[in-house]
Ligand binder design. Structure first.
Ligand SMILES: *Cc1c(COP(=O)(O)O)cnc(C)c1O
Length: 398
């Protein structure tokens, strides 16, 4: 595609690899080898086989008839929620563990906020027999006790991080420190299209299986392209995967939905494109929410997966070029979206995905529009939030 990353890892002004000198050889080796490795026939075969037999691909494209009637257009749901471990994150962790093995790495580290990426990483480490250390803020460990238990059952070591706010950004700092201390034998599996080059491009390639399938499935269904593809954006990997093979086709409009949290002006949100400025975050130049003197601001969203103060550099680029429209949806709107999908179609979505669903309410659609909504994950992990939020009202009408 014409939006490809440059030789030095940039998408326009965004991207690059701003890493400490100690890590440079490791990152450089990744940069020099990732394309050759993942484009080899042998890698493709093993990747595709595991995506099919272990993760459960292809995922269905489901025609949501009641939602279609309600919104007066054709609505199709890309069902990443049906994948093993419950979300799209497994596409990326399978790709990265295969890469790590080919690079001769013998140890895997990761960081996790809500625990979903930690679980997806622990899962592929168990599959491949590699030791796995997952860094997690101590506050997040309390909030996500079930995912901590899943990681441990899968054989991973979960290291609690007690510095700072005891959440994702502190866990990321600890993982970085570990990588710097173990630059030779360790691969750091980053969970989204963020971090230093080549991670944003590499993770996008692994997730691009979503749009490769989508393209084929739309062809099979009356040879009609999507008019719109709507996906939620935390770091932006499910969205980038769903946009990837359509990025060069201006007839397909692309919409990224960020978390507005308590509202754009509330001081408690994660709407990076609306509120962020350019700077260096987690090894690349991108847009992120920052204070006047450039410190990272805490993000807030009811969904832990969208609770990230930045976006991947390619999304920053798509925002400034206008290729993708970025919008935001509040906590409350997302909760309504989740209930709507549950009641109308029998699917309880992850709270992240509920943001994409909620956007359907926010504009007018035309009868000939074909609208694809990416359901990035399932809602099991969010049941306590749903119970707290709906309370008694869980039994009542939307
Ligand atoms: C982690 C997560 C996200 C956000 O990550 P992206 O990289 O933006 O896709 C979205 N949905 C679900 C279900 C997740 O687990």
């Amino acid at each position: 595609m014409t939006h490809n990353v440059s030789e030095r890892g940039f998408f326009g002004e965004f991207g690059g690899a701003y890493v400490p000198e100690m890590l440079y050889p490791n990152v450089r080796e990744l940069q020099q080898q990732y394309r050759d490795i993942i484009e080899s026939d042998e890698f493709s075969r093993e990747f595709e086989q595991l995506l099919a037999d272990f993760a459960g691909r292809p995922t269905p494209l489901f025609s949501a008839e009641k939602l279609s009637r309600r919104f007066g257009c054709e609505i199709l749901l890309k069902r990443e929620d049906l994948l093993h471990t419950g979300a799209h994150k497994i596409n990326n962790t399978i790709g990265q563990i295969l890469l790590a093995k080919r690079l001769g790495r013998s140890r895997i580290i990761a960081e996790t906020g809500a625990g979903q990426h930690g679980v997806a990483t622990a899962t592929v480490c168990a599959l491949m027999g590699l030791p796995c250390v997952v860094y997690m803020g101590e506050l997040d460990m309390k909030r996500q006790a079930l995912n901590v238990a899943r990681m441990k059952l899968l054989g991973a070591e979960v290291r609690g991080v007690s510095s700072g706010s005891k959440t994702l950004k502190d866990a990321t700092n600890e993982a970085m420190r570990d990588w710097i201390a173990n630059p030779k034998d360790t691969h750091y599996i980053i969970g989204s299209v963020v971090g230093p080059h080549p991670f944003p491009d590499m993770v996008a390639r692994f997730q691009s299986v979503i749009s490769a399938e989508l393209k084929e499935q739309c062809l099979e269904r009356g040879a009609k392209k999507p008019s719109y593809i709507i996906a939620c954006v935390g770091g932006g990997s499910n969205a980038m995967g769903a946009f990837y093979h359509f990025a060069d086709d201006p007839a397909v409009r692309l919409i990224g939905v960020e978390a507005a949290g308590c509202g754009l002006t509330s001081g408690r949100s994660a709407a990076t494109t609306a509120l962020g400025r350019s700077g260096i975050l987690h090894g690349s130049r991108t847009l992120f929410m920052q204070t006047d003197d450039g410190q990272v601001e805490e993000a807030h969203s009811i969904s832990a997966g969208l609770d990230y103060p930045g976006i991947g550099p390619q999304h920053a680029y798509f925002h400034v070029t206008g290729r993708v429209l970025y919008v935001s949806v509040t906590d409350e709107e997302a909760l309504r979206g989740a209930k709507l999908l549950a009641r109308e179609q029998g699917i309880i979505p992850a709270l992240e995905s509920a943001h994409a669903v909620a956007y359907l309410e926010k504009r007018e659609w035309r009868p000939d529009d074909r609208v694809v909504v990416v359901i990035s994950g399932r809602g099991d992990k969010d049941m306590t939030t749903y119970i707290d939020a709906y309370g008694e009202a869980i039994a009542h009408e939307i």
